[in-house]
Design a protein around this ligand. Structure first.
Ligand code: ZN
Length: 250
């Protein structure tokens, strides 16, 4: 039974593009207050890539390399963010699933492979493997160099929420094609960018959006960086999204 539904008139809003982060152009960002005005659900990364961000039920949380999770203030900025309004609605149960099984279930339930989808999974997890990137300093290195020093943690026996998006493959480089998920534990004791997951039992909600609102930075570094969109992106997209590979995704 399919439960995915279209959110009429709503859009997924994204600030910045993946290619800019890959090029090291992530000097400015969108304020938390602005993100919260655009949506109550989403993900992003912290200033200078010093952590992973989750926007859940209208609140923004940062997951930092020291393992701590804290609520963000309105003034803090996100150099990359994706958000939307996530409507209340029916869920479907999912049990004993790893990331591949979850991705397959989502794949089967998409309203269309040509629309953006928000993905929310609330439940009990046997384990969630997350990564968090450390804060960078000038000159800002390209994202692939940053992810080489990422801190990976396995969160065992957690109750929490997966928050993320499924993006059509043709947007790879602008966005992260395929599935891109972050995790936040209910007790706020852990979270980050999801590399792997083992679901015990959970509820999956999937919402499709026919709108994509892209906002670009206007700082000097972004303005003078020549962005490329090379063939690698199509390969990564064909593999199902760079996010799960953990290599070069926000
Ligand atoms: Zn991420």
């Amino acid at each position: 039974m399919t439960i995915a539904r279209l959110a009429p008139g709503e859009a997924v809003t994204q600030f910045a593009v993946l290619d800019a982060l890959l090029a090291g152009a992530y000097e400015s960002g969108i304020a938390v207050s602005e993100v919260r005005a655009l949506g109550d659900f989403g993900l992003g990364c912290c200033d200078r890539l010093g952590g992973e961000v989750v926007i859940l039920d209208g609140e923004a949380f940062e997951c930092t390399p020291d393992g701590l999770v804290s609520q963000m203030t309105s003034e803090e900025i996100l150099p990359f963010a994706v958000c939307c309004r996530f409507p209340a609605g029916a869920a479907q149960s999912i049990a004993d699933a790893d990331l591949t099984a979850l991705a397959d279930r989502i794949d089967q339930d998409l309203v269309s492979r040509n629309l953006f989808h928000a993905v929310r999974v609330d439940g009990v997890f046997a384990s969630v493997r997350v990564r968090v990137t450390p804060r960078q300093h000038h000159p800002l290195p390209p994202l692939p160099e940053v992810t080489r020093e990422q801190i990976e943690t396995v969160i065992p026996d957690a109750r929490g929420t997966l928050i993320g998006f499924w993006t059509p493959s043709i947007y790879q480089g602008i966005a992260v094609a395929g599935l891109h998920l972050h995790f936040l534990a209910d007790d706020r004791a852990g979270g980050g960018h999801v590399l792997d997951v083992s679901i015990r039992s959970a509820e999956l909600r999937l919402v499709a959006y026919a709108g994509f609102d892209l906002r670009l930075p206007t700082d000097e570094l972004f303005l003078r960086t020549e962005l490329t969109h090379d063939d690698d992106h199509r390969i990564a997209a064909a593999e199902g999204g760079a996010a799960q590979r953990g290599a070069a995704a926000v």
